[in-house]
Write a protein that binds this ligand. Structure first.
Ligand code: SAH
Ligand code: F3S
Length: 439
């Protein structure tokens, strides 16, 4: 038996890909996962290049692994994901002890690449973009807890001026609708209650069907809701572009779709949205939220923001803060703009100093925190449906689970409730977590 160690950076898509790499390598009991890099025969780094000095981070990590390889030259080091796709052979030029370089669309070829390296002991590299081929090789996802991520589409065609995703994950392509439904029904049979449909732009989904038609995102959600055992449906990430009325309609008639939506806006200034090439305005965004609120009066919205984009003036930033108040976002992921090599925005004049960018990020996050707390307080005394995930780490007398709006609730209960939905009355409120009693 050989051991694999895997380190994953980045988004849920990367986490999903890594879990697929593990199931693929564990097949036929060839390899087993280890938690210690020192014990591993194969070290795998699944990288992310969305922000920061991604390349440097990769080489630092590889430097640490080089020491392991010095002690045991048989160890195989594989680098994959977005940095590998962008840098290709350059990785080997700087770290010639790397054995495998694989891309976001070629991870299913890893077992073959490992065999090759074991036989020939020379670099194996494949960062090509075979469309959807990897999904043919992926095994049915294994149950982990009571909620599961399932990839429904890959890549992105939007080419926002700041973003590397279209270059690292390729063009948008949707998985066949029947494959997605089949996998979800397998998961439901294993006891999965909640499904998270994954993709860079899930609302652009156009999956081919067995009879040669196209299944759009709204239809896919309705079909997933019909699968026995699936009680909750989430999705990440969607885009304000193509957030069409048929999707808003689903909120009216499909209660299994949660009243919580992550819809990244990035900025509250139309000037900046235009420079970002987001192709919508704040007015378009507001109109979507208004329609959603009519369809689902209790809907809560979260978002992503970038501060300090080239050309963002104080007034543009203030517009973003105003927008945050107007939409009344519940939560956000917010980031300082980071110039990404090869993107159009990296040629723009990024003249704001870091101190000012940090100040803006701080103000934005403070504002969001206030709103998160206000949304939490609104939940005080309410009865929430909670999907029980397990026993709390902090107190073994408590169970914990998640509400529809993704907040963690702890409460006293018995172990047979794990994996079930229970009603909990909220008795104590913190910004991100809640305490309650069975109702
Ligand atoms: N498809 C999603 C975005 C996925 S990338 C959408 O439509 O918005 C996840 C988040 O990372 C983005 O929403 C953005 O806020 C952030 N991000 C992407 N590129 C970035 C960059 N160059 N600098 C800072 N943040 C970035
Ligand atoms: Fe990136 Fe814009 Fe697509 S942020 S993932 S290019 S929608």
């Amino acid at each position: 038996m050989k051991y694999i160690y895997i380190k994953t950076w980045g988004c849920q898509m990367n986490e999903y890909d890594s879990s697929m790499i593990i199931t693929l390598l564990e097949k036929n009991n060839q390899y087993s996962l280890t938690k210690s890099a020192e014990n591993a025969d194969i070290l795998i780094l699944n990288t992310c290049s969305i922000r920061e000095k991604a390349q440097e981070k990769v080489f630092h990590q590889l430097g640490r692994w080089k020491k392991i390889k010095n002690n045991n030259p048989k160890v195989i080091i594989a680098v994959g994901g977005c940095v590998a796709t962008q840098e290709g052979k350059e990785i080997f030029k700087r770290a010639n002890y790397v054995d495998i370089i694989f891309g976001t669309q070629t991870l299913h070829r890893l077992p073959k690449m490992i065999d090759e390296v074991e036989k020939k002991r020379k670099l194996s590299i494949d960062i090509s973009f075979p469309k959807l081929e990897k999904f043919k090789y992926f095994l049915a996802p294994k149950k982990k807890g009571y909620t599961a991520d399932i990839s429904i589409m890959e890549g992105c065609n939007k080419y926002c001026s700041f973003c590397v995703v279209p270059y690292t994950r390729g063009n948008e392509i949707s998985r066949p609708c029947d494959d997605v439904l089949f996998e979800i029904s397998l998961l439901a049979k294993q006891g999965i209650k909640e499904i998270n449909l994954l993709g860079q732009n899930v609302n652009a989904y156009q999956g081919p069907t067995f009879n040669g038609k196209v299944c759009y995102f709204s239809e896919l959600i309705r079909l997933v809701a019909e699968i026995d055992g699936i009680e909750r449906i989430r999705f990440t990430t969607s885009n304000p572009l193509e957030f069409t009325d048929d999707i808003i309609e689903v909120y009216k008639d499909t209660p299994k779709l949660v009243s919580f939506l992550h819809l990244p806006v990035q900025s509250g200034s139309n000037k900046i949205l235009n420079l970002m090439k987001r192709s919508y305005t704040t007015e378009d965004y507001t109109s979507i939220i208004k329609k959603l609120t009519i369809a689902r009066p209790d809907i809560q919205i979260s978002s992503d923001f970038i501060v300090g984009f080239p050309g963002e003036s104080e007034i543009d930033f203030e517009k973003t803060i105003e927008f945050i108040k107007n939409i009344n976002f519940d939560m956000s992921f917010s980031f300082i703009y980071s110039a990404r090599p090869g993107t159009p925005a990296s040629n723009m004049n990024d003249n704001l100093d870091l101190k000012e960018k940090k100040r803006r990020l701080y103000i934005l996050q403070e504002r969001i925190n206030i709103q998160t707390m206000l949304w939490s307080r609104k939940m005080f005394g309410s009865i929430q449906s909670v999907l029980v995930e397990g026993v709390s780490d902090k107190n073994i007398m408590d169970l914990y689970g998640r509400t529809e709006n993704n907040r963690v609730v702890t409460f006293q209960g018995s172990s047979e409730m794990i994996g079930q939905f229970v009603n909990v009355k909220i008795k104590k409120v913190h910004t991100h977590s809640l305490k309650g009693e069975l109702f």
